[in-house]
Design a protein around this ligand. Structure first.
Ligand SMILES: NCc1[nH]cc(CCC(=O)O)c1CC(=O)O
Length: 306
């Protein structure tokens, strides 16, 4: 039977709430008469602010509590930033919809400098993302890279307090929070690659709820889905871990899919890059192909220990 109400499990950060409200509005528009409610909750990932995610168990920390709520029937769906969703989902869960992607570029943010090139020698740049660290090392080996955790507002506050000369955040998150004026420059392909799935909002639900899945599937965007399938397949073929700096960016054209991938090494600043084109119905094959091309260049040494 078609449900008349859907409850959305969401984290409580401003960005998570914006994204959940956005999905709620889209669901109400797609299904007039449907009631949509919020179930805000705190996850382990939100509580741990002092250690890097890579050291405490990875991205799944942001999903666990939301999945338990769905398992126990307290919520029907969860809304995530797709880049925070592990390559492999917990058994019994699927992603019935990926919403149209926003700007997938990263943002260079500084109160004193216009772009990366303008930063003085040894400038302090804040980011705890291994991908962003590896890219910064590769492009500007002289920079002093410093950890920076917390939600978007917290990170901007630490920049404004003078702890950093610049920080890097996702353009999509800043735009959603009405903070686009903080973006000094876009860090984008081909030099800079986003995280797999960056700027796409994903809906997660139980695989054993077909009527709910049918309602949620109305929000799926075909082009975004193809692109992020390719990016996530590449990440998974590389080991799918957030303890390794991986970037991926897939463009959908009339000719098909164009996927660019990168694996980095924070210590050495070395970056391996590969790209390939494929048919739009072959996203996963394309992802594996680019991963193979990275392995052929020696990516395994960068993925050591995984
Ligand atoms: N890891 C936190 C996170 N997860 C998703 C986004 C941005 C929004 C998106 O990529 O969809 C952010 C903030 C950031 O990286 O600046």
């Amino acid at each position: 039977m078609t449900p008349s109400i859907l409850r959305i499990a969401t984290r409580k950060s401003a960005l998570a709430l914006w994204q959940a409200e956005h999905v709620a509005a889209e669901l109400r528009a797609a299904h007039p008469g449907l009631t949509v409610e919020m179930v805000p909750m705190t996850t382990r990932g939100d509580e741990i602010q002092d250690r890097s995610l890579a050291t405490v168990g990875g991205k799944g920390l942001f999903l666990k509590e939301l999945e338990i709520a769905m398992q126990e029937g307290r919520a029907d769906l969860a809304v995530h930033s797709l880049k925070d969703v592990p390559a492999e989902l917990e058994p019994g869960f699927v992603l019935p919809a990926v919403l149209p992607r926003a700007d997938a570029a990263d943002a260079f943010i500084s109160n004193d400098y216009a772009d990366l090139a303008a930063l003085p020698l040894g400038a302090r740049v804040g980011t705890s993302s291994l991908r962003r660290q590896a890219l910064l090392r590769g492009l500007r080996p002289d920079l002093n890279l410093l950890d920076l955790r917390g939600n978007v507002g917290t990170r901007l506050g630490k920049l404004d307090a003078g702890h950093y000369d610049a920080i890097v955040l996702a353009c999509a998150g800043l735009e959603r929070l009405g903070l686009a004026e903080r973006i000094r420059g876009r860090l984008a392909a081909p030099d800079w690659l986003p995280a797999p799935g960056q700027a796409a909002i994903a809906i997660e639900a139980r695989s054993d709820q077909p009527a709910t899945l049918a309602l949620l599937a109305a929000l799926d965007d075909e082009h975004t889905r193809m692109a992020v399938d390719a990016e996530r397949a590449m990440n998974q073929a590389l080991g799918g871990s957030c303890t390794v700096p991986v970037g991926a960016w897939c463009v959908v054209t009339e000719r098909g899919l164009h996927l660019s991938g990168m694996v980095g090494d924070v210590a050495s600043g070395r970056l391996l890059r590969a790209e390939a084109e494929g048919h739009s119905d072959q996203a996963e094959t394309l992802g594996r192909q680019v991963a193979e091309a990275l392995f052929a260049q020696g990516a395994a040494a960068f993925l050591g220990g995984h």
